[in-house]
Design a protein around this ligand. Sequence first.
Ligand SMILES: Cc1cc2nc3c(=O)[nH]c(=O)nc-3n(C[C@H](O)[C@H](O)[C@H](O)COP(=O)(O)OP(=O)(O)OC[C@H]3O[C@@H](n4cnc5c(N)ncnc54)[C@H](O)[C@@H]3O)c2cc1C
Ligand code: SF4
Ligand code: SF4
Length: 674
Amino acid sequence: MSDEKIGVYICHCGHNIAGTVNVEEVAEWASKLPNVVVSKDYKFMCSSLGQELVEADIREKGLTRVVVAACSPHMHEPTFRGACSRAGLNPYLFEMANIREHASWVHQDDKEAATEKAKSIVSGAVSRAEKLQPLEPFRAPINPVTLVVGGGIAGINAALEIANAGQKVILVEREPSIGGHMAQFDKTFPTLDCAACILTPKMFEVGMHKNVELLTYSEVEKVDGYVGNFTVRIRKKARKINTELCTGCGDCWERCPAKVVDHVYEAGLGYRTAVYRPFPQAVPKYPVIDTESCIYFKNGRCKACQKFCPTGAINFEEEDEVVIVTVGNIVLATGYDLFDATQLPQYGYGRLANVFTSMEFERMTNSSGSTSGKVVLRDGLTMPHSVAILHCIGSRDKNTNEYCSATCCMAALKFAHLVKEKTHAEVYNFYIDMRTAFKDYEKFYNRLMEEGTHFIRGRAAEVTDAARKPGEEGKLIVQAEDTLIGKQRRIPVDMVILMVGQEPRHDAHIVSHMFGIGCSDAGFFTERHPKLDPVATMNEGIFIAGTCQGPKDIPASVAQGEAAAARVLSLIGRGEVEVEPVRARIDEDRCSGCRICNNLCPYGAIDFLSDLGVSRVNPALCKGCGTCVAACPSQVIEGQHFTFDSIMSQIDGLLWDVRPNGNEKVTFMQPEPV
Ligand SMILES: Cc1cc2nc3c(=O)[nH]c(=O)nc-3n(C[C@H](O)[C@H](O)[C@H](O)COP(=O)(O)OP(=O)(O)OC[C@H]3O[C@@H](n4cnc5c(N)ncnc54)[C@H](O)[C@@H]3O)c2cc1C
Ligand code: SF4
Ligand code: SF4
């Protein structure tokens, strides 16, 4: 037995732990474990009184190790490390035992088993604590430049907030212009104010800001580094336009004979040319040449744009450019995609001409859209006399997306209003529940009811053109159970609008992998804590904002963009960061130079020193994941804070009740190197 003095603290977590685990019994039991000099239970260990309890014992009883058995280290390891530090104990001599998630929450129906399991977890933690070594975090300066990825309303606001505070921002946007989905809208709920009127000034401001470098038509390809010190490779796709010469006059796209359906900005409901500017208020104002649609790039003829460009700005030879930037923090604001309505063939999208998606309707009702704002059927002329709006298409459905897309109910109300205003048609909203939760949203719902919109509670089952009776001929018939009156209904209409849900971007997994952050089951980026840390991620220095984190409306996206900016500015203000010392270390004297670790490290943190014939870990890049430790055939890589001894000791502690020789500790031998 060593001469460490270990303090053990068992948290009730209110009823969360104490409701299932007999915390008094665990504390009493733990007091008899080797080296434990104090063992207490307390209602809320994370409270200031709980922390002061630990601090007082460290000072008065001279504790050399502390174990708190409570919730996840994810939640409160920093809290108790702080308490240890304040009392003068190295914070890496603290160990957390998670008896909430691992005992009480998963064994709610068996108090006895939960209590026994809690004992094992505590025993493992005490045993491991004995082997912990003090570590010192290293400090690194913070590069004050920030990268914002995604120029929708969330990314624009994050960039402006940081830039207005006097710090440099690089804003990378994949499309030829910033603006995101909001740039596609005409009106925004619940105030019905003009989307362009509130968005365009922000786009212009960010585009002109002296502290913002705008890289549109660009994408991030690689990210290395850690908080305060990231190196990012960005591909600037060739616009084929010399932006120094281009004035944005539009002569090129007016002369371009190659017309293609615009699936991005016009949502498939309008056309653009091969050389194009996505929309009139685009920032920057310069067009791009889409080489896949351009006649010249396809068969070597045309060049009409070049001929008519008054400034000689067309440059067919321009190539992609790769730029490497160094930044201290990153905000991801890559937004959402829309659910593909063809996945639900029962609603007829793509088969029945007058079934539209919500984004198609947004474009149709927009004065800059293909019908100049007129609400008409697919023929481009006929106004509908009746319109059905179907909620929750691809949302709240276990066959598609189980979550609520949060904005569709309100957008459906907006559409009902616009249809009535522009056509005086009868409008039928088929809803499961109306979700109008935020400021003034319920008022807008009431307004729509007063305007005479029909609300039918029931998920629409089908949209068909198969008429059964005279009034249905030539119409689209929406079939649904009206759950308020308990009857099946068939409503014939001229137009159907499908309120398709918000989905993670199709490449969200690739992006999350590149930036080293997580995705939820649904595929949205995962925040550090859903309630208390909604814009930070598990990768320090990388923040998320807007709909890439989950479905939300414009005000919430703006608020998150600004929250992410505030977090970035507070880091910049600190000037330097403390980088966790939990890193791998290679014993170079014993390294065989096989380089297996070099290739396996997911963070590229291991260099091979060819002059010495050995590998070396760059602690700045290492994230302490342990891959190399497990892979090294010579067993010369050690994970600091997770040493062989500490892990084996923890296993031994966990198995206290099945030790072959009663209470005698088991010694695990490290296997022989290969
Ligand atoms: C039909 C419909 C109507 C709506 N109407 C309203 C309304 O009236 N009022 C309201 O409050 N909300 C409304 N919303 C919600 C609104 O669209 C969102 O809240 C808002 O657009 C979210 O902004 P964002 O910046 O998070 O994402 P986005 O608008 O999606 O912007 C993300 C940006 O990131 C870019 N990007 C993506 N991936 C990358 C990458 N890898 N690299 C670089 N750039 C990338 C994209 O090109 C895009 O420009 C509506 C939603 C729908 C579906
Ligand atoms: S014609 Fe020339 S100057 Fe005018 S928008 Fe096109 S590229 Fe720019
Ligand atoms: S060369 Fe290409 S972009 Fe230029 S006008 Fe012809 S088709 Fe359009």
